[in-house]
Design a protein around this ligand. Structure first.
Ligand SMILES: N#Cc1c(N)ncnc1-c1cnn(CCN2CCOCC2)c1
Length: 305
């Protein structure tokens, strides 16, 4: 994976981890109850972090995730209003959250309302996804009659997550927690899909992460929720236009522009080429379009900020 720029030093916080697109910090005073999750402007595709960053992306996705958190009726990891939460560093205030530090479950809780990507690939190989048998004849991008829960084992950074069966997830986290993860994931997906549909947007699939609060023991929704990085969203009118080819119908509101440009300009050997300015701006515009469609408002942060 491309060497990523070092995470910025933030007063009062110690950098502890960098993923493809996010950086994590713990309080410098050793308080292990909190975590700072900073969304970078980095964009990744084909397991590479690309250059240049997309100005405004981190702030927009953080705002969208927080918008969803406020509409999902279950405990979440945000430490907003916690009397002892450390201060938010002003340098990243528009693209970070101070969160409760949880005991994270090693399960990516994926819910699919349509079949594409790794789920469709597994279906083509086996006729099933995560041990769930599906009818014959499903084509890439087809909507499923009912959403399916298709968990994955959270692989270490740089490795691919591994689709697992529900039974395997129960071996990893215990049967009660596995059932609670499945129930919560399907419930949240169903409600979010309905809200998106009312706005002309198809929520095709998404990935949730949960943890256990060490103080209360409760199940807590963590990470980012229902963003363009953790989900596939399609425009409903395009999806239903049979005159369009598949790629146009499945025009997602995320980095598909980046993937398409890379597919045409990179042979997947060596490091990927830098993205042209036009691709950077068009990608931001797609993130912004989804934000406006779902929330009905413009994102607070602007790319130049
Ligand atoms: N959100 C959140 C959150 C939270 N609220 N509490 C504890 N951990 C996390 C968290 C966020 N991302 N990751 C994956 C990165 N891990 C870093 C360590 O190594 C394994 C991967 C964990």
């Amino acid at each position: 994976m491309t060497n990523i720029a070092p995470a910025p030093a933030l007063p009062g916080w110690t950098h502890t981890y960098s993923g493809k697109v996010r950086d994590l910090y713990v309080p410098a005073n050793g308080d292990d109850r909190f975590l700072l999750v900073v969304a970078s402007n980095r964009v990744s595709a084909f397991d590479h972090v690309l250059e240049p960053p997309i100005p405004g992306k981190g702030g927009l996705l953080t705002e969208l995730s927080n918008w969803w958190f406020s509409r999902i009726p279950m405990p979440n990891h945000l430490a907003t209003g916690h009397p002892e939460a450390p201060a938010m560093p002003s340098e990243v205030a528009d693209r970070a959250v101070v969160s409760r530090r949880l005991e994270m479950y090693p399960v990516e809780c994926v819910v699919r309302g349509a079949l594409t990507g790794s789920g469709f690939a597994e279906y083509q190989r086996t006729g099933a996804v995560c041990g769930i048998p599906l009818p014959e004849g499903i084509e890439d991008g087809d909507l499923l009659d009912e959403p399916i829960y298709t968990p994955a084992y959270k692989a270490p950074l740089g490795e691919h997550d591994e689709n697992i069966t529900f039974e395997r997830s129960a071996e990893l986290v215990g049967p009660e927690v596995a059932a609670a993860l499945r129930e919560a994931s399907l419930r949240i997906f169903t409600e979010a899909r309905q809200l998106a549909a009312e706005r002309g947007v198809i929520l095709a699939d998404t990935k949730f992460e949960f943890g256990r609060d060490p103080e209360t023991g409760e199940l807590v929704l963590a990470d980012e929720v229902l963003t363009s990085d953790s989900s596939r969203y399609w425009d409903a009118s395009l999806y239903l236009d049979a005159a369009l080819d598949r790629s146009a119908r499945l025009a997602s509101f995320d980095k598909q522009i980046v993937r398409n440009w890379l597919a045409a300009h990179w042979d997947r050997t060596g490091e990927p080429p830098a993205l042209p300015a036009e691709i950077v701006s068009r990608t931001y515009d797609r993130y912004r379009e989804l934000f406006v469609r779902l929330t009905g408002t413009e994102p607070s942060a602007t790319p130049g900020a």
